[in-house]
Design a protein around this ligand. Structure first.
Ligand code: DP6
Length: 340
């Protein structure tokens, strides 16, 4: 049995836990599922005589969170051979835990023929990693925070239509492993995170949901940037200050602001790492990519866009800030799928 699961990018971030044991969050969050054809975790699973796991061909010791997922779905038997592979760099802040734990959940559930709705599976995926809960659906997804295992799950709010007009640019600033993982950082969080979770995040969530209903891109973009800035302000100003954004990340943020000078056409958002996601509309993607690539130099030359980019070399001749790669991706309309 083989499955694939997509990753997701949060526009209203999950940041802070009410219960670290079962990843009950301090606030509800909202994300777009990222094109399953672009980035995914692929997991194959079969019965075995013991539990064996590999990630990207290297053998790994299952973490306690992986074991929680397995035993929630198959309490009697955890003897599986599970092989996972990410098609993007692990721990690059690209939410690999989201696709990884969503894939694990979906793979085990399918192997043991568990009849469970995606909502039910989102609770189990949450035990593995909070953000994985949202990867159980395509489209626009809300993870309702709840206050117990049964009441904390994800739901799909919207799929297709307006979302098909959106594009995401994923800019890999640095694919090296991050120093302070989000789990660790959230565990050190402060009064600042609690305040955001209590007041600002719920208020933004209501506003952004309304903006999606009204197809109000400008409002969606402004709220997205506000919440990303808030997360990084909190991480930087808590007792154990963590700086996830580097000079290049800040340059990207400033470039988006500059691009938006006359009209808000794009939004940046950064997770617990230096890499950027930029949300825009299909109609503006080419102008935006050309604008960015006149300043950001793609070291590896890895630029993936839907439409061919003309005169890339000329465009890059003035670029000074090094990035590793740039990908244009769509919103995924699907959560995890069986691939054989
Ligand atoms: C900044 O889901 O990786 O990406 O629940 O401890 O596994 P754990 O944390 P994780 O945190 C993701 C944090 C974030 C924001 C988000 O995706 O909502």
């Amino acid at each position: 049995m083989q499955v694939r699961a997509p990753t997701n990018i949060a526009l209203i971030k999950y940041w802070g836990k009410a219960d670290p044991e079962s990843n009950l969050p301090l606030n509800s969050s909202l994300s777009l599922t990222v094109d399953i054809n672009a980035f995914y975790t692929e997991t194959t699973i079969e019965h075995s005589s013991s539990l064996e796991m590999t990630l990207n061909e290297a053998s790994i010791t299952p973490t306690s969170r992986m074991l929680k997922v397995i035993s929630a779905l198959s309490p009697e038997n955890s003897n599986f051979k599970i092989q996972s592979r990410n098609n993007f760099p692990t721990a690059a802040g690209l939410a690999s835990s989201a696709s990884g734990l969503a894939a694990l959940t979906f793979a085990v559930a399918n192997l043991v023929s568990l009849e469970a709705s995606p909502e039910e599976l989102s609770k189990v995926a949450r035990l593995g990693s909070g953000s994985a809960s949202r990867s159980m659906f395509g489209g626009l997804v809300e993870w309702v925070k709840g206050d117990s295992h049964e009441s904390s799950y994800s739901v799909q709010l919207m799929n297709g239509g307006f979302l098909d007009e959106l594009r995401l640019l994923m800019i890999v600033v640095n694919s090296q492993e991050k120093e302070v993982g989000s789990t660790q950082a959230m565990n050190m969080q402060s009064e600042l995170a609690r305040e955001r979770a209590e007041y600002r995040a719920p208020e933004r969530l209501q506003r952004i949901k309304k903006a999606f209903e009204e197809h109000n891109f400008e409002e969606i973009a402004n709220i997205t940037m506000e919440d990303s800035d808030d997360l990084h302000y909190i991480a930087e100003n808590s007792e154990f200050s963590v700086h996830y954004m580097n000079d290049t990340s800040r340059k990207i943020r400033d470039l988006v602001k500059e691009f938006n000078r006359e009209e808000v056409l794009a939004a940046y958002t950064f997770d617990a790492g230096p890499n950027a996601y930029i949300l825009t509309r299909k109609t503006h993607i080419n102008t935006l990519v050309r604008y960015l690539l006149s300043v950001l130099k793609v070291k590896s030359g890895e630029v993936f866009t839907e439409e061919p980019l003309h005169n890339l070399e000329e465009l890059q001749s003035t670029a000074k800030y090094e990035i590793e790669a740039l990908f244009e991706v769509k919103v995924s309309s699907t959560g995890p799928v069986k691939t054989n």
